[in-house]
Unconditional design. Structure first.
Length: 341
């Protein structure tokens, strides 16, 4: 039987290699599944729970195209290296706030504006110094805020940092909400066995709400790298006049703000301790989540439609950017073609 299994495996493996419509799930550690999808792009959810892009096998990244996502991932890795280096080797000038690199081992720093200051604490000093001390300067501690200051200095001056900051904030919320989802599910299962309240006979509405929350949170997060590339020079140079770009960017950012507002409301609503609620309170919560869900769903739908019609639609680079369509009912569940079980 073991040999037969191995032979089966061999068949599956060679079949997957040859077929564009079948791919291994990219989960780490690997869940063992091969996934079949009729159209060979778009997003899909494996039975192991991982949602990914069937085109590039990265995590779900719409409304970014595979190309945007690929560039963004590389950029994030490069930039985080730069920030680490800057944090370790740079101190901000106390007079003009420019970052100054430390090039020698000496603790006296001099900014191009002419200000001298202490490397250790960032305080302004005179020029008179020895290897171990700066005259007239009694050193405070190394500045704890340095990292934060640097972040801010960069954020103000750097387009990438601006969008990355928001992308990251929502990605962090997504992680927290995933934890919340797990704890809610546990709570619901536990209570359905012990408590005799009507609410626990059917808690599907909470699960559905949480699913929509994580999907829309991810879309919101990914919409920031989308803005970065759609209205930047790298991929869409000379696509729009400056005026046109400004108008379209404002309209898109308006949509982001509306989506963000309702996603936050949905998130707050789902955090309520519904297992301690009486039936009337539960009914109210259920109603709120239903209404917010409709709003969030509509914002997402509109955003994707707008990208398709107004932004990528008219672009001559359209063919380079396939955006996985938004589906109100959730990411397509995969057909598991084979598993190791
Ligand atoms: Zn999987
Ligand atoms: Zn992709
Ligand atoms: Zn300066
Ligand atoms: Zn010196
Ligand atoms: Zn000092």
């Amino acid at each position: 039987p073991e040999l037969a299994e191995k032979f089966d495996r061999f068949l599956v493996e060679s079949y997957v290699e040859d077929n564009k419509k079948i791919k291994w799930c990219p989960s780490v550690p690997h869940c063992g599944n091969a996934i079949r999808k009729e159209d060979d792009d778009g997003e899909v959810e494996c039975s192991c729970g991982l949602q990914f892009c069937f085109g590039c096998l990265g995590e779900s990244h719409s409304p970014c195209s595979c190309l945007m996502w690929n560039l963004w991932s590389k950029k994030c890795a490069e930039e985080s290296e730069t920030v680490t280096w800057m944090t370790a080797n740079t101190q901000l000038c106390p007079k003009c706030s420019k970052p100054v690199n430390r090039i020698s081992g000496c603790n006296l720093m001099t900014c191009i504006c002419g200000q001298h200051f202490c490397w250790l604490c960032g305080g302004a000093t005179g020029l008179d110094h020895t290897w171990t001390s700066i005259s007239g300067h009694s050193c405070g501690r190394y500045n704890d805020d340095k990292e934060w200051q640097l972040e801010r200095a960069k954020r103000d001056s750097n387009r990438y940092t601006h969008y990355h900051y928001q992308y990251k904030a929502h990605a962090d919320s997504l992680k927290l909400e995933d934890k919340l989802k797990k704890s809610i599910l546990k709570k619901a299962v536990l209570n359905s066995e012990t408590k005799n309240q009507a609410v626990f006979n059917d808690y599907n509405w909470v699960i559905k709400g949480m699913d929509l929350l994580s999907r829309s949170r991810r879309i919101l997060s990914n919409s920031f790298p989308f803005v970065f590339y759609m209205f930047g020079e790298e991929l869409f140079k000379d696509e729009m006049s400056d005026k046109d770009r400004e108008i379209k960017k404002n309209l898109f950012e308006n949509q982001q703000v509306q989506l963000e507002r309702d996603v936050e409301k949905l998130s707050e609503s789902l955090e309520q301790p519904f297992d301690e609620y009486d039936d009337a309170q539960v009914l109210k919560m259920k109603g709120d989540i239903h209404k917010l869900g409709i709003n969030v769903d509509n914002h997402c739908k509109k955003m994707y439609e707008w990208i398709d019609k107004e932004l990528l639609g008219p672009s001559k680079f359209r063919f380079q950017h396939f955006i996985a369509p938004y589906r109100s009912e959730g990411i397509e569940k995969a057909i598991v073609f084979s598993d190791r079980g």
